[in-house]
Design a protein around this ligand. Structure first.
Ligand code: PLP
Length: 427
């Protein structure tokens, strides 16, 4: 397309870097999601709520490190804590520290977790939570949902475990998210005494920013318990949407919760926690407990920076105001896109963008989108937003950053309006 041709012409250094990188990294890439055709932009720097590529274009950062970059690139509290931790405490100490306790206590209070353990990523948090659930229940099977993303080796696109899913045979996938009847059928269909856990997101994040309904989530929680299984809520993406996480806002009472992303202040981070009796499977004083190791589980930088961010910056009040701003932003975008193929989903500060044949159609799960997505329009949108100085994910995802100037949000709304007007004939 003409937009793609302009992209190639405007980004010679990114193209050259990609040509070089493919000689070292498969596809020139180390995070599959970040690959974009014909080549990805190479980003060289971030400051506040902006990033710059190596061809020196400046963008408003709407990728927000897939929600981990909540604080932006240079929040003073984050930078100050990083520097202070480096100079006074040092790096990972290979020892129990007060820092891990302080952060665990704060996470526990905020997200109502009786006991907490740290990990390095959201993927790890989910792997450990499931291992704990299996050990506690002495069962193996786990029910998950189509479109669910719980980490690199725990994803379930299109109704089945991805090719690299671990223990794929132990997962039973409900073929539609937000379909309680189907979910109950699948949960009750797992053999008596076999179901260890039901693992679900309160809003599918990578699956398209599709919120779960209250009835669906409560029904799934009840069905899990009826079957004697643990209800595990993946809040890696959604914990930022409400002061106690999206689960608390929905009135859910999960047995285990997994966390990650911004809760490490922008550094690699994961955590899991919940019921005292379940988490006791990780108590090393108990004979036969599970080993939960990990060299960097309690690394001082993530512990201290994550703690300072949550305690001093992303307070409950800030969380509420930030997500209200996100809701208002989404409403303005919806208004602009009314009557077109562009649909905005999500909740609070997380926004999904979809181009579908019938823009009036309700989106309740990934299957609603199957065969109806207009990838050509989505690509055109991505190229043209880049030209206007907005860095979004190619697949259609915006994770807002604290401190993005209101004028940039206004400018984005106007840029989307201009896009819709310019392409009215095909929209
Ligand atoms: N769970 C959910 C809901 C996620 O969105 C993600 C990451 O996008 C993960 C788990 C995995 O987290 P990480 O990328 O830190 O391993």
């Amino acid at each position: 397309s003409a937009a793609e041709a302009r992209f190639i012409a405007n980004n010679p250094l990114s193209k050259a870097q990609h040509d070089l990188a493919v000689g070292t990294l498969p596809g020139g890439n180390t995070r599959t999601l970040l690959h974009t055709s014909p080549f990805p932009l190479t980003i060289k720097q971030g400051k506040d709520a902006y990033v710059w590529d190596i061809d020196s274009h400046k963008y408003v950062d709407f990728v927000g490190e897939l929600s981990a970059g909540l604080y932006g690139h240079s929040h003073p509290t984050i930078l100050r804590t990083l520097t202070a931790t480096l100079s006074t405490t040092g790096l990972s100490l290979g020892a129990t520290t007060t820092h891990e306790h302080a952060h665990a206590a704060l996470l526990g209070a905020r997200f109502r977790l009786a006991r907490v353990r740290m990990a390095n990523t959201g993927t790890e948090a989910n792997l450990h939570a499931l291992a704990g659930a299996r050990h506690f229940t002495r069962r193996r099977k786990v029910v998950v949902f189509s479109g669910g993303y719980h980490g690199a080796v725990l994803s379930f696109p299109e109704g089945r475990p991805a090719a690299n899913c671990v223990d794929a045979g132990d997962f039973v996938v409900v073929p539609r998210y937000n379909d309680l009847e189907l979910a109950r059928e699948v949960i009750m269909g797992v053999g008596e005494g076999e179901l260890a856990a039901v693992l679900v997101e309160a809003m599918q994040g990578a699956g398209g920013c599709i919120p779960g309904t209250r009835d669906f989530l409560h029904g799934v929680q009840a069905a899990a318990r009826e079957r004697g299984a643990l209800f595990v809520l993946d809040e890696v993406m959604t914990s930022r949407l409400a002061p106690g996480g999206l689960g608390a806002a929905m009135g859910l009472t999960p047995d285990l919760v997994t966390l990650g992303k911004y809760l490490g202040g922008g550094l690699a981070f994961g955590a899991f926690g919940g019921r005292e009796d379940v988490m006791a499977v990780y108590d090393p004083r108990v004979e036969g407990s599970l080993a939960h190791s990990g060299t960097f589980n309690n690394n001082t930088l993530a512990m201290c920076v994550g703690h300072a961010g949550l305690k001093e910056v992303f307070t409950e009040e800030v969380c509420v105001a930030f997500n209200a701003k996100g809701d208002a932003f989404r409403e303005r975008l919806r208004e602009v896109a009314k009557g077109t193929k562009l649909v905005f989903t999500g909740r609070g500060s997380l926004i999904g963008l979809h181009f579908i044949e019938d823009g009036e159609q309700e989106i309740t799960c990934g299957e609603d989108l199957a065969g109806k997505e207009r990838k050509d329009l989505r690509d055109l949108f991505w190229f043209e937003m880049l030209e206007a100085g907005f860095w979004t994910t190619r697949r259609g995802f915006v994770a807002m950053i604290l401190g993005t100037p209101d004028e940039e949000l206004d400018r984005f709304v106007e840029t989307v309006r201009a896009f819709v007007d310019r392409h009215r004939g095909i929209m």
